[in-house]
Design a protein around this ligand. Structure first.
Ligand SMILES: [Zn+2]
Length: 384
């Protein structure tokens, strides 16, 4: 909690219980809006003039109480269900003659918040977010992800999700090469094109590819393209390689500054190699990129699990699970982003499978179903 709200809380009893010294000109609370984003919920209270406020956070159950004064309730709904990641519902009441009370019933006690007022029109904005967000991340402008709001609930079904597919490697960068010469760049492109083929027939999904032919695209440009397109999901497709030719199976990664999962460091090192040491334009950029993707870490993790599960069910290759590591290609994505390793090209048996069109189609179907299921579950969580 910030200092100002602590001071306000200390002052609260005085302000609340001291009778007004002069006649107040009450301002009407005229409109309530909310927006559900992936990493925070924003509630906007529109008022007819400048009001002061006191905010308190209460426990059991967790809720935020905001008293506005001098303020009067107009004919607004007194209870608004929000039911997103952070806020359960919003309640409005006239606490006393000049005090309007707003209560935000929260989903859980792990949260932090910001409150600030804006002018023309006068409004009070409350943002409830996860305490795990790095404060520095607030410096980076959040991109607005699929949202529901009190104004656009009816349009929610019309929301089109932009899925960005990123076939790994290409051009002068072949990626991993199998013992019979199969190149990772070739398999990743074939599978990505097939996933795109499946996605383009889905209502409510637009699909974009970072490359559709055999060309080199630097790692940082891939997420830059995705951000420019306003992507909602970023899926980078790769084939694995290991010194041990027996290593086999599928695994899905999301970006994290912390390594998680066996062999995650090796995969990250290999996939980051095309960037080359000369291309890393300073630690600061790398840190900012990490923070950018940190905002979406929970959703990236979620997406990873959907894709990994469906990929396994489609291929029955060894399930190596969901892992995390620092991937340059995912870092700068302002959206949930994952990297899928669709089998080991260094494993002769899997290399042969990866050559076959029929098997590539199975892989594509798995990735496609994972993406679709994730988006469905995301929509469900929004409308719960
Ligand atoms: Zn790769």
């Amino acid at each position: 909690m910030n200092k100002i709200s602590k001071i306000l809380i200390l002052l609260a009893p005085l302000l609340l219980f001291a009778p007004p010294a002069k006649a107040y000109q009450d301002h009407g609370v005229e409109k309530v809006r909310f927006h559900s984003y992936l990493t925070y919920t924003r509630v906007v209270l529109e008022v007819s003039g400048e009001v002061s406020y006191i905010i308190r956070d209460l426990t059991n159950p967790p809720r935020l109480l905001i008293n506005l004064y001098p303020a009067k309730l107009t004919s607004l709904e007194r209870k608004i269900d929000i039911r997103d990641r952070f806020v359960q519902r919003l309640r409005l009441s006239q606490d006393s003659e000049h005090v309007t009370r707003v209560v935000l019933d929260l989903m859980n006690s792990e949260y932090t918040y910001d409150i600030f007022s804006l002018k023309s029109p006068h409004r009070l904005v409350i943002e409830v977010k996860s305490p795990r967000e790095d404060p520095i991340a607030d410096l980076l402008k959040p991109r607005e992800f699929p949202y529901s709001s009190s104004e656009s609930v009816s349009e929610e079904n019309l929301r089109v999700y932009k899925v960005i597919l990123d076939p790994g490697h290409g051009g002068e960068d072949p990626g991993a090469i199998g013992s019979t010469g199969l190149k990772e760049k070739e398999v990743s492109l074939a599978v990505a094109l097939e996933v795109a083929n499946l996605l383009k027939d889905e209502a409510g999904i637009d699909v974009y590819l970072t490359r559709t032919d055999d060309r080199f695209i630097p790692l940082d440009q891939r997420t830059e393209m995705a951000n420019q397109w306003g992507g909602d999901l970023f899926v980078s497709i790769h084939a694995n390689a290991a010194f041990n030719r027996k290593a086999s199976g599928i695994e899905t990664f999301f970006n994290s500054r912390y390594l998680y999962g066996e062999g995650a460091a090796e995969v990250a090192a290999r996939e980051n190699a095309p960037l080359g040491d000369d291309d890393v334009s300073g630690e600061v950029k790398a840190i900012l990129w990490d923070l950018m993707q940190d905002r979406y870490r929970d959703e990236s993790n979620e997406l990873s699990h959907f894709v990994q599960r469906k990929l396994y069910q489609a291929t029955y290759l060894e399930d190596r699970g969901v892992k995390s590591a620092g991937f340059y290609v995912l870092r700068g994505a302002a959206m949930p982003a994952i990297l899928v390793e669709i089998g080991f090209i260094s494993n002769p048996w899997e290399e042969q499978k990866l050559r076959k069109e029929e098997f590539r189609k199975k892989i594509a179907l798995g990735i496609f179903r994972g993406i679709k299921d994730y988006l469905e579950s995301y929509n469900e969580r929004l409308s719960r």
